[in-house]
Design a protein around this ligand. Structure first.
Ligand SMILES: NC(=O)C1=CN([C@@H]2O[C@H](COP(=O)(O)OP(=O)(O)OC[C@H]3O[C@@H](n4cnc5c(N)ncnc54)[C@H](OP(=O)(O)O)[C@@H]3O)[C@@H](O)[C@H]2O)C=CC1
Ligand SMILES: Cc1cn([C@H]2C[C@H](O)[C@@H](COP(=O)(O)OP(=O)(O)O[C@H]3O[C@@H](C)C(=O)[C@@H](O)[C@H]3O)O2)c(=O)[nH]c1=O
Length: 283
């Protein structure tokens, strides 16, 4: 089975290419620019692949605050147009979404049927993307994930390793809690979900995140434990790290339905950490 993947060099697309090998046809921004939804839909209409996985997105959370309209084209209008094209061809369409669609209240892990209420522009555009994919009416899977990390690309883990090279200590927020998710595990889950949808599994929305849930400060501490950089992590509250976009405090995802429906368990990010720190994708 072949999958058309939107995205090429992001964390997830890179892992999909590595794990999928020649079953994955990955398109970079030059080949498929999500700022042009109709051009992307035409590529889906013409594909010879058996499923479409959208691994590209506007992921600059603070940048989306400054230009929500442009982020909305990429994160909402393009996935909706591609999902409509996939529906015309009866191809499964997989969209990756985020726990930032929730408002982060309470401490209970968010379930797929909980009511979204995004706090920031990125979350609003990603939620609109989910709604557009569902409204397209074709076979689809929406997989919400959180805190994606990989040994390459731009993410919290590579940022910590980079900053750790020049800082003896770092101040890191300790009151936002979530499940760090190795990109390789996410790619494996998506390929499994694509196969299941192609084989007739019902459409749906599922959650997939690494275990155990921790704060960003705890994650940073674990990274430096493995890297051996000896960086001191000072835990701080969110208000001491002001950013343009508000972040949810509770990013925990309840991933039970994915395990029950498809046998896909949460990945253990601590076990994956040595591979991630060495530059791998954790799968
Ligand atoms: N990163 C995270 O922590 C989380 C990510 N997600 C979701 O997971 C998915 C994968 O994200 P991830 O791999 O981590 O993200 P990355 O930031 O690593 O990669 C994003 C990719 O999207 C591409 N892209 C951005 N804008 C466009 C555009 N206009 N046209 C074509 N391609 C574009 C980028 O291309 P280029 O290389 O050219 O810049 C980049 O390759 C996304 O849907 C994201 O919303 C969900 C939860 C957490
Ligand atoms: C670099 C740094 C970050 N932080 C904090 C800021 C923030 O609250 C947290 C993580 O920083 P980031 O910039 O990686 O966070 P952010 O870009 O908000 O990460 C999010 O990305 C999008 C795409 C998602 O979908 C989410 O699941 C989530 O992973 O760590 C510190 O406290 N100290 C530091 O030195």
């Amino acid at each position: 089975m072949k999958s058309l993947v939107l995205g090429h060099d992001g964390q997830l697309a890179t892992a999909l290419r590595r794990l999928g090998g020649d079953t994955v046809i990955a398109l970079d921004r030059g080949a498929a620019d999500l700022s042009d939804p109709e051009a992307c839909a035409a590529l889906v209409r013409d594909t010879r692949a058996d499923a479409v996985i959208n691994a590209a997105a506007w992921t600059d959370v603070d940048g989306a605050e400054a230009d929500e309209a442009a982020a909305r084209v990429v994160n909402a209008e393009a996935p909706a147009a591609m999902a409509r094209a996939a529906a015309e061809r009866d191809l499964p369409f997989l969209q990756v979404s985020t726990e930032y669609v929730f408002d982060g209240s309470g401490t209970a892990p968010w379930r797929p049927d909980d009511t979204p209420a995004p706090l920031n522009a990125y979350g609003r555009t990603k939620l609109a993307g989910e709604e557009g994919v569902r409204a397209a009416g074709g076979r689809h899977g929406i997989l919400r994930t959180s805190w994606v990390i990989s040994g390459t690309g731009r993410n919290f883990l590579t940022t910590m390793l980079h900053m750790g090279a020049t800082h003896a200590g770092l101040r890191v927020v300790d009151d936002q809690v979530g499940g760090p998710t190795p990109a390789g595990g996410l790619a494996t889950a998506l390929l499994t979900l694509a196969r299941a949808l192609a084989d007739g599994h019902d459409s749906g929305t599922w959650h997939y995140a690494g275990t155990p849930d921790v704060s960003w400060a705890q994650l940073a501490h674990a990274i430096f434990g493995v890297s051996g950089q000896g960086v001191r992590v000072q835990p701080i509250p969110t208000e001491e790290q002001p950013r343009p976009a508000p972040r949810p405090l509770n990013s925990r995802l309840d991933c039970g339905t994915l395990e029950r429906d498809l046998g896909i368990a949460r990945p253990d990010w601590q076990a994956a950490l040595p591979d991630l720190v060495r530059g791998g994708d954790g799968a």
